[in-house]
Write a protein that binds this ligand. Structure first.
Ligand code: SF4
Length: 363
């Protein structure tokens, strides 16, 4: 089946810059902190630098550290927490995040957070998911342009057309999708639990959206027949089996681990395939010497910071959407309270139900 549409679907509306938002009117703007590199900042951030010294050169630290110190102070002042996806850069992931993980871990942890404000360091659909699960909390995203090519490949209207074409067939949707699409979905999944979710429905056929390669991987692990949407993650689809064979020829001792969003010829070369969380577990629990990590570039850096004994080879494909989130933008988010993510109430309840079903099935 070919994709019916490639129209982007952004269902939540960030508060525009300019006029003070209701949130700013209620909580106010804070003074911009001093951002000089001082002995005090150096002392305050020394324990963080000890963790990231393998992946952040010392010459860069005086640029990051004043932001990290200021953001960590402002979080307390605002009663805010920072959720950061594994694909965030090490200075964010290790420097200011309170909760880190893949999409499923962040979705679960978002429901346990005891704070007024969540700053989502990830892409827009992740901030929407946090809002769905925390309707009473304020969700901020430091850059509203942090989208996702995969999430933008399908709309709620497309899903309604698919449901007309395959009446009665349940829809399983990867969380990398807009709230608009989640609202048309029976149950969401992540790359960690996709096989389990598909099989939990007890049917012989499901519509699986929107990542075709993840769908093919799931199809290889189950007897359930999957109706797929032909779109891919623009980061993972750039890897190729040929590239991995070249690495293996240069060093036959390397172990290759890959994310299931990669094309089938890449997964055929991998010694282990798993979600970002599963890859981290695999690296930390085994006795591995040289590992080629086939996923987004910062994820490999973040794991490398925690497993300095492993020699990582990182064929670097960056997600340009994730990289829109930076320390200066996170600081602005906390100072100016922008940008608030609000999900359209007309779709929020249905979208929330599909995420909550996934979380319940995973327990
Ligand atoms: S890595 Fe791929 S799926 Fe994840 S946010 Fe970037 S484009 Fe979307």
């Amino acid at each position: 089946m070919s994709a019916l549409s490639t129209t982007a679907s952004i269902s939540s509306k960030p508060v525009p810059h300019g006029a003070p938002s209701p949130l700013v009117q209620r909580l106010g703007v804070l003074p911009m902190p001093n951002l000089e590199w001082t002995p005090e900042v150096e002392r305050e951030t020394a324990h963080i630098y000890a963790r990231v010294q393998h992946v952040i050169p010392s010459v860069e630290w005086p640029f990051h550290a004043p932001y990290i110190a200021a953001i960590n102070r402002l979080k307390k002042e605002r009663n805010a927490v920072i959720l950061a996806h594994n694909y965030q850069t090490p200075e964010i992931f290790h420097g200011v995040a309170d909760i880190v993980g893949d999409s499923l871990q962040l979705a679960r942890k978002a429901t346990e957070v005891d704070a007024d404000i969540i700053v989502q360091c990830g892409v827009h659909f992740m901030a929407e998911t946090s809002k769905l699960l925390n309707p009473e909390k304020t969700i901020l995203i430091p850059d509203t342009r942090a989208g996702c090519s995969l999430a933008a490949s399908i709309t709620g209207a497309d899903v309604r057309l698919l449901k007309q074409r395959y009446p009665g067939v349940p829809v399983v949707t990867y969380v990398n999708s807009s709230a608009d699409v989640k609202a048309e979905t029976d149950v969401c999944c992540t790359s960690s639990n996709a096989v389990q979710i598909v099989e939990s429905l007890g049917v012989d056929r499901v519509i699986f959206l929107p990542d075709e390669y993840l769908g093919k991987y799931v199809a290889s692990k189950t007897k359930v027949k999957l109706i797929l949407w032909k779109d891919h993650c623009e980061v993972h689809e750039r890897f190729s089996g040929e590239e991995l064979r070249a690495y293996r020829e240069a060093d036959p001792s390397i172990e290759i681990i890959a994310h299931p969003e990669c094309p089938p010829d890449v997964l055929a070369e991998a010694d282990f395939t798993g979600s970002t969380a599963h890859m981290i577990d695999w690296v930390k629990t085994g006795n591995h010497k040289r590992v080629l990590m086939v996923t987004e570039c910062s994820m490999a850096s973040n794991v490398a910071a925690e497993a300095p004994e492993v020699d990582f080879i990182r064929p670097c494909n960056l997600c340009p959407h994730m990289k829109r989130i930076t320390l200066p933008k996170i600081l602005d988010s906390l100072v100016y309270l922008r940008d608030e993510v609000i999900v359209d109430p007309a779709i929020a309840d249905k979208a929330r139900a599909s995420v909550e079903r996934m979380i319940a099935l995973g327990r």
